[in-house]
Ligand binder design. Structure first.
Ligand code: ADP
Length: 420
């Protein structure tokens, strides 16, 4: 493989995160965040060449946001037009039933990503805007979409089926898709490496605890269950999302509180979770409030842990035996109390956390279980951008190989000639 970098783009409705990295080593050449696209107080923060550049100005749309980012790249010594970019990898949230592996982008793929917007109205249209903007700015570089749902495409039927009218489910694509797949796949692969075993031979539970949060049960490298469903709302308690609740709450609120469907959407996606219970969605804030004796914050923490333990129990039983439990993402990597409380009192299952290892100031992938523990408990920093970059490279190389095979075989045919 050459050392040409890969540009990874994660385009949201009003923001674009980007990173230019070297896919073999993971070394990051430059990265940044464009925020508040379409609002008067747009902003960019760009890191590269040992410098941080910030600017505030209105950014009317995604193309303007990327143009601004490209200008910052040039300022920090990475002119993207001649940086030798091998491929651009785009994070796309929902692949529906259609996309279940990283896919080379063409017009039809963009149209289909848009068509899947009914399943992810906040995310897919924004992903498509980012893709189109990069295609305009870098028309000669291949672009690959990497889907958040892909890893969970083959969940067992019993795990992916909702117990509702089968025809309704079928007509409207209602099944459990799962999200954060790129992270669960990357982290479980790293975890298998860390315990020195082939991924095919280990049973794992992964807790991806960021602002959004999900858990997965993985048997021999294949996911058998996950907490998120049709949308990223199901499952664990999150920063601003409720996770699981009694679906009866929705008609109840519509009838008794007069909420309409947009109110409910906002309530459950933006004003619930830690923010709904305690007024803050950031775990560091929650911890500060708990330290000050705030009872709502304490309760929010307890609900958060209770939900984690509920899924831990479900997945322990689902897998029958577990070899590795891994924590990742903002909270999972940085909150020793969450890790310790989630796994407390489970020594009879071979699960224990070593207090010293758990609280060590260490940013690397590491064990936090005691040396002789039956179940390895790990912290593995996630790196979705690197996983996307590598997946994009694999698709680009495969496509190049197929193209040159086709060229070779058409040359063969020509040289064989009609007389053969
Ligand atoms: P996402 O990608 O879902 O936005 P991240 O994985 O970056 O989220 O996680 C962000 C969250 O991680 C923050 O909202 C905060 O709650 C939590 N977090 C970050 N640093 C710490 C820390 N040092 N201690 C506890 N929680 C932290």
């Amino acid at each position: 493989m050459s050392n040409n970098p890969v540009l990874v783009v994660n385009s949201g409705s009003s923001s674009i995160k980007y990173r230019l990295l070297e896919p073999d080593t993971g070394a990051v050449a430059a990265s940044g965040l464009v925020e508040r696209i379409g609002e008067p107080d747009g902003a960019i923060e760009h890191h590269g060449g040992g410098r941080t550049l910030t600017q505030r100005k209105p950014i009317p749309d995604h193309t303007a946001g990327l143009q601004l980012a490209f200008a910052k790249f040039a300022e920090t010594g990475h002119d993207l037009a001649d940086a030798g970019i091998r491929v651009v990898g785009h994070r796309v949230v929902h692949g529906g039933e259609v996309f279940y592996r990283p896919t080379l982008i063409d017009d039809r793929v963009v149209t289909t990503i848009r068509e899947l917007s009914s399943l992810a109205p906040l995310h897919n249209p924004a992903n498509a805007l980012g893709i189109e903007a990069v295609r305009t700015l870098l028309p000669d570089i291949p672009q690959v979409a990497v889907f958040d749902t892909a890893f969970f495409h083959n969940l067992p039927d019993a795990a992916k089926t909702y117990a509702i009218d089968a025809e309704v489910a079928d007509t409207h694509g209602i099944r459990r898709y799962g999200f954060h797949g790129t992270s669960h796949e990357y982290v479980s692969g790293r975890a298998a490496q860390l315990v020195g075993r082939a991924a095919e031979s280990v049973n794992q539970i992964v807790f991806h605890l960021g602002n959004g949060a999900s858990a997965s049960a993985i048997r021999g490298g294949r996911p058998v269950d996950t907490t998120m469903g049709l949308t990223p709302l199901e499952g664990l308690v999150m920063g601003t999302r409720s996770g699981d609740l009694d679906p009866g709450i929705i008609p109840h609120l519509m009838r008794t509180a007069g909420l309409d469907i947009d109110d409910i959407d906002r309530l459950l996606n933006r004003d619930s979770g830690l923010r709904g219970m305690a007024g803050v969605n950031d775990f560091r804030e929650l911890r500060r409030l708990i330290g000050e004796g705030d009872r709502a914050a304490r309760l929010a923490y307890d609900v958060y842990i209770h939900r984690l333990r509920r899924y831990l129990g479900a997945y322990l039983v689902g897998l029958g035996a577990v070899d590795v439990i891994t924590f990742t993402a903002g909270v999972g990597e940085n909150a020793p109390d969450v890790r310790a409380d989630t796994l407390a009192g489970l020594s009879r299952f071979g699960i224990a956390v070593d207090p010293e290892r758990n609280t060590a100031e260490d940013r690397s992938a590491r064990f936090i279980s005691p040396p002789d523990a039956e179940v390895a408990v790990l912290v593995v920093p996630t790196n979705e951008e690197l996983a996307i970059a590598r997946a994009a490279v694999a698709v680009a190389e495969r496509t190049r190989a197929t193209d040159s095979d086709m060229r070779a075989s058409s040359t063969d045919e020509r040289s064989a000639g009609p007389a053969a």
